[in-house]
Write a protein that binds this ligand. Structure first.
Ligand code: CO
Length: 343
């Protein structure tokens, strides 16, 4: 399963090489042109079947939230910082892989026997944590890893219950996998695919992908928070697993183009594809960067609801993923007839 290979691939911000290589191999047979830009974004073009048809940018980010090695001490322990939004309280005792060679390690801290009663009441802070890769000296550690190496969670990918999967980096490898599926088909419109870098550290790759490409509209394929868990209140759920892809109305970086949103909703209704609206305004995606490129790009975001986002183990429902692909597919197939709605 492509999603499993993408989920387990190593892709901290700025170190997306393994993910990019998997995607390059997957899409090369299906596109007319493929290139990598100066920031490392993987781009591809697939010409539409209609001459002069609109050019649609489809974007998904390759990077994942991660850690970065900042110091190697004389006893071979690694200190680190976070790359992107990681809750430092989830870090203690987690299994990790360090650097492109994927050196296994564990995030260590003072054991419970050594903590004072006050310390037991508090979460560990980043400064209390270190990565242990089994090295006894700085030299031993330096033979395996370097300062600047990215660090990702060492999580297995597995099926949960009936039709759900658990894995790391589903944000946004689900979007990458969906975009690969879309590129296997040809549409009346021309597709410009962008697998972006450095989204998790501030939508950086996404800022440049629409430049010079004469993009008429953009769809961002993402994973978004599902908070349908014990004790969450109905107005806090954001999205729920199993209710279809979530369409963003507004987040911290983007107000989705209302006409695109209407076309997406009409397409879903007509095709009988379930969807939900993303409820609450926080967070952001590459859409925030893309819609402000050049003279502005009408942009919408479709996202697979995902529990425990940015943690070592996120959970999605495969039907939501399937329906995201179906809705994107139907939107692209029908866009020419519906485009009169665009102002
Ligand atoms: Co994301």
């Amino acid at each position: 399963m492509l999603l499993e290979r993408l989920s387990t691939a190593f892709g901290p911000p700025g170190q997306e090489d393994e993910v990019r290589e998997i995607l390059r191999q997957e899409i090369t047979p299906h596109v007319d042109k493929i290139w990598t830009d100066a920031l490392g974004n993987l781009l591809a073009e697939k010409r539409g079947s209609v001459q002069g048809a609109p050019r649609v940018l489809l974007a998904a980010h390759m990077d994942e939230v991660a850690l970065m090695v900042t110091h190697i001490d004389k006893n071979g322990y690694l200190r680190f910082r976070t790359m992107g939004g990681i809750d430092q309280r989830v870090l203690v005792s987690k299994l990790v892989l360090v650097g492109p060679q994927k050196v296994p390690g564990v995030i260590g801290s003072k054991a419970i026997h050594l903590l004072t009663p006050e310390e037991r009441e508090k979460a560990f802070h980043l400064r209390d944590l270190y990565i242990d890769i089994g090295a006894g000296t700085r030299e031993e550690a330096e033979a395996l890893v370097s300062i600047g190496d990215g660090v990702v969670f060492n999580s297995s990918f597995c099926h949960l219950g009936d039709g759900r999967v658990r894995g790391k980096a589903l944000d946004d490898r689900v979007g990458c996998s969906a975009l690969v599926e879309i590129l296997q088909r040809r549409y009346p419109v021309t597709l410009v695919a962008a697998f972006t870098v450095q989204e998790e550290v501030g939508l950086r790759g996404g800022r440049v992908v629409a430049f010079g490409e004469e993009i008429d509209l953009a769809l961002v394929l993402e994973a978004t928070t599902a908070f349908d868990v014990p004790d969450s209140k109905p107005h806090e759920t954001v999205t729920c697993l199993g209710q279809g892809p979530a369409l963003t109305i507004m987040d911290s970086t983007l107000i989705a183009d209302p006409n695109l949103l209407t076309i997406l909703r009409e397409t879903a209704l007509e095709q009988g594809i379930p969807y939900q609206l993303r409820r609450t305004g926080g967070g952001g995606t590459d859409g925030g960067a893309i819609h402000l490129t050049e003279g502005g790009v009408p942009t919408a975001v479709l996202a697979v609801p995902c529990r425990y986002l940015h943690s070592p183990a996120s959970v999605i429902e495969l039907n939501d993923y399937r329906h995201l692909v179906d809705l994107t597919d139907a939107f692209l197939a029908k866009f020419m007839e519906r485009r009169t709605k665009l102002g």
